[in-house]
Design a protein around this ligand. Sequence first.
Ligand code: UDP
Length: 320
Amino acid sequence: MAKKINASAKIPTSVVTGAAGFLGSHLTDMLLARGHKVIGMDNFVTGAVANIAHLGGNKNFRFVEQDVTEFIFLDAPVNYVWHFASPASPVDYLELPIQTLKVGSLGTHKALGLAKEKGARFLLASTSEIYGDPLVHPQPEEYWGNVNTIGPRGCYDEAKRFAEALTMAYHREHGVATRIVRIFNTYGPRMRLNDGRVVPAFITQALKNQPVTVFGKGQQTRSFCYVSDLIEGIYRLMMSDCRQPVNIGNPTELTMLEFAREIIRATGSRSKVVFKPLPQDDPKQRRPVIARAKKELGWAPRVPLAEGLKSTIAYFRTKV
Ligand code: UDP
């Protein structure tokens, strides 16, 4: 059995894998603001030094350059392990299918092993991708999904499905206190300009007055959650008693064509929409059911799209 979590620690210590990534770096900032010591890990495959550069000199932050698919050795006590390391954009995991599979499987194994050794609580950053191209809409946590194992997205979807299974196995067999968050589309400052996801793609194109590339006919839907809402939900989940997977996302759903028009409007751009081929296995619809998050965590998103886009666009203006 895992050692009991040391909840009485005056200053809790958190390990964040993928700390230099979009979500990992926002999570790190929040944990530091809430009085944690943070040990951040990243191998910079998709993360960026710029996302954590502002933490240089912070005595509560320590950075370890580490590929988390390798054995993780830490000499410090640890109370919480937040496993966020993974390529997460379809373009990235198409280019890095083996690394994506390895970090979701071997990386999750090592991060769980660390939590077990330290008696720490463990949270897995899972994803709405485990639902695949969903046949149930909107998606509740009870839905088992519709994934093409051998398609181009299979490396990410199956790695995260395996990661969920491994997390539950460590919970059942070793008694590790585990949490699983299923993250739906999230946006905000620190997304990589060229990561290929729709938010950086559309905003960058619009700011440059270039054509905005809508894939397919743009009738596929997504629901976008602002990063501060997402991180708050994840923090609450870790601190809760909820052992079931929890969807965290914003249920406001829109088509990609509507989204392109919204970005053009919000940036005051002269861009026109152009249509490009729809990538294989692109989910046709996606919207979270967040009843569990509401009930168990008292959480619901608060930042409306227009407001979240304002700060995201302001960030991208400094980068484009
Ligand atoms: N998309 C698009 N144009 C782009 C990039 C993406 O129309 O330049 C679409 C994509 O086909 C998908 C949606 O936007 O339907 C969201 O794509 P993203 O890569 O952000 O992530 P996903 O939600 O598919 O994981």
